[in-house]
Design a protein around this ligand. Structure first.
Ligand code: B12
Length: 469
């Protein structure tokens, strides 16, 4: 069966660094590999690149099934627009929506433009759905779906067990290879996205990952990951929710990669502070695998109370020590703090002091946002009625901040001004220019130009007042 897999354009990317971290749709590549293994014929299109019209892809590929991916809640409206466009172009095609945000919170998609929503990983359910459509079998027997029926939306039975990641050992990267040069993370281009494990055992209140996967963690085999690293390019973003979660396995993986002669220009991984504090040997084992090695750390808060309120399960002592260990091992440390709309002025001052004291100018700041699929979302439901989905990007506030919108955005912009990205701060335009090759200057200028908006309270206030897209 011809199957069209679509990665839609996310829409509003006015804030944040989304456009500068454009990575391949790895989930669709695994789904595509699974469809191929089942004898189907998938085509994948990344609508962030031309041709951007979903309808033109439908006309070109004549699919019986279209799968649309939705990783982020901020994309809900765009995904629905894409589904409607396909419905108009080809009323009989079966339209399936899936991906993290759709699986964890499928309800916005329960409408006529969509036929089913995948509420689990796609490697098993998408080929089973394609088979059932092919054989005209009842779709209610296909597991892991919310399904539109003449009597309304129903849930099909769950998968008997979580899909083992080695069921599909390697993604079908060739499905989007025409876009490879468009995939980049800041100045690293092209970039490959690689997954070695999925899930997280912790229970941070703002995160929807553990809630979808029931705090489970699945790993790919060392052989599959080594092969993936060996065949991917020299700049890799590791998609794992929690890198180094299983220390013995991580050491084994580092040894296998070293044995295979793998050395990359750039690696980026995401992990927790307490994982680093408990396992400095892991940082030592992994560091020789890349020339530049960045760690993205969820620092989240500047006080133990702040961390406890987020159910982080680690303290600021861990943050400080993790940063020290990572720096000692020559890792680039990029952290993120969460700024709560319910903060008072003193909370901002605590954050600024912490950042200055520990030299954390490379950190970023996002607004604590109730993402659908979290208990936090359920607990503030009444405060966010009517908020458009594009505002769930962690750069908007969804209710009136405690100190008032105007003051909140002044303080938030002031927070960003303390970051390395502030070209009026310690690191000037000219200092940035000196660090890059001449050909990279126009792109760097675009990044810096865009990030300056994050330091202007008026820019946020304008957004705060907007209701439409
Ligand atoms: C890579 C990534 C990014 C990248 C790239 C995204 C992009 N725009 O290209 C970057 C760094 C830019 C990014 C940014 C952000 N991200 Co992000 N990101 C991820 C991450 C870590 C990995 C996704 C991935 O590729 N996983 C590996 C693949 C193999 O898995 P998968 O995509 O889930 O695919 C499987 C299933 O979902 C399913 N599936 C996928 N597609 C389809 C389609 C169909 C039809 C079906 C049936 C099934 C299906 O099958 C696949 C195979 O099993 C996820 C974490 C996660 N666990 O999802 C967060 C995550 C999706 N991001 C998140 C967030 C919050 C953000 C930001 C808002 C963060 C911020 N601070 O600004 C920004 C938004 C950027 C923007 N404007 O778009 C949240 C989303 C929560 C939510 N409910 O909305 C997540 C879940 C992280 C978290 N712990 O909370 N992100």
């Amino acid at each position: 069966m011809n199957v069209l897999l679509l990665r839609p354009c996310p829409g509003d990317e006015r804030f944040g660094l989304g456009p500068f971290f454009r990575v391949e749709p790895l989930g669709l590549e695994y789904v595509g590999a699974a469809l191929r293994a089942a004898g189907h014929d998938p085509v994948a299109a990344d609508l962030r690149f031309a041709p951007k019209s979903a309808a033109s892809w439908v006309r070109k590929t004549r699919p019986r099934l279209v799968g649309i991916s939705c990783a982020h809640a901020l994309e809900f409206d765009r995904v629905l627009d894409t589904a409607r466009e396909i419905r108009r172009a080809s009323p009989d095609v079966f339209i399936l929506v899936g991906g993290h945000a759709a699986a964890v919170y499928p309800f916005p998609f329960e409408c006529d433009a969509v036929d089913a929503i995948g509420i689990d990983d796609g490697e098993e359910i998408v080929p089973m759905l394609a088979d059932a459509l092919d054989r005209k079998e009842p779709l209610a027997a296909v597991p892991g779906l919310r399904l539109r029926t003449p009597g309304g939306w129903i849930a099909t039975p769950p998968l008997p067990e979580r899909t083992p990641l080695d069921r599909i050992p390697l993604p079908a990267r060739e499905l989007v290879s025409r876009h490879r040069n468009g995939y980049h993370c800041l100045l690293f281009k092209p970039v490959w996205l690689v997954e070695t494990a999925r899930g997280c055992p912790h229970r941070c209140s703002f995160c929807s990952v553990w809630q979808l996967y029931g705090r489970s963690c699945r790993e790919r085999s060392i052989g599959a990951v080594t092969e993936d690293f060996a065949t991917a390019g020299d700049a890799i973003f590791v998609a794992d929710d929690l890198f180094w979660n299983n220390p013995p396995r991580s050491l084994e993986l580092a040894a296998a990669l070293k044995k295979r002669g793998i050395f990359k220009r750039w690696l980026l991984v995401q992990t927790r502070t307490d994982v680093i504090v408990r396992n400095p040997d892991l940082l030592e084992a992994w560091r020789p695998l890349a020339e530049h090695f960045d760690i993205f750390l969820g620092l989240e808060a500047a006080t133990d109370d702040g961390l406890a309120q987020l159910d982080k399960g680690a303290g600021v002592g861990d943050s400080v020590e993790a940063v020290r260990i990572a720096r000692d091992h020559r890792y680039g440390v990029n952290g993120n703090f969460l700024v709560d709309p319910d903060w008072s002025e003193s909370d901002f001052h605590d954050l600024w002091d912490f950042v200055a004291r520990h030299g954390l100018q490379r950190a970023g700041y996002t607004i604590l946002t109730p993402l659908p699929g979290t208990e936090y979302f359920e607990s503030v439901r009444d405060r966010i009625i009517g908020q458009p989905w594009h505002k769930f990007d962690m750069h908007h506030v969804l209710w009136e901040p405690k100190v008032g919108a105007k003051r909140f955005f002044e303080l938030y912009a002031e927070t960003w001004r303390r970051s390395i990205l502030n070209t009026a701060g310690d690191k000037r335009w000219t200092d940035w220019m000196k660090q890059v090759r001449p050909a990279q200057i126009p792109y760097l200028l675009r990044i810096l130009w865009r990030t300056q908006a994050m330091m202007k309270p008026q820019a946020y206030l304008r957004e705060h007042g907007r209701t439409g897209n």
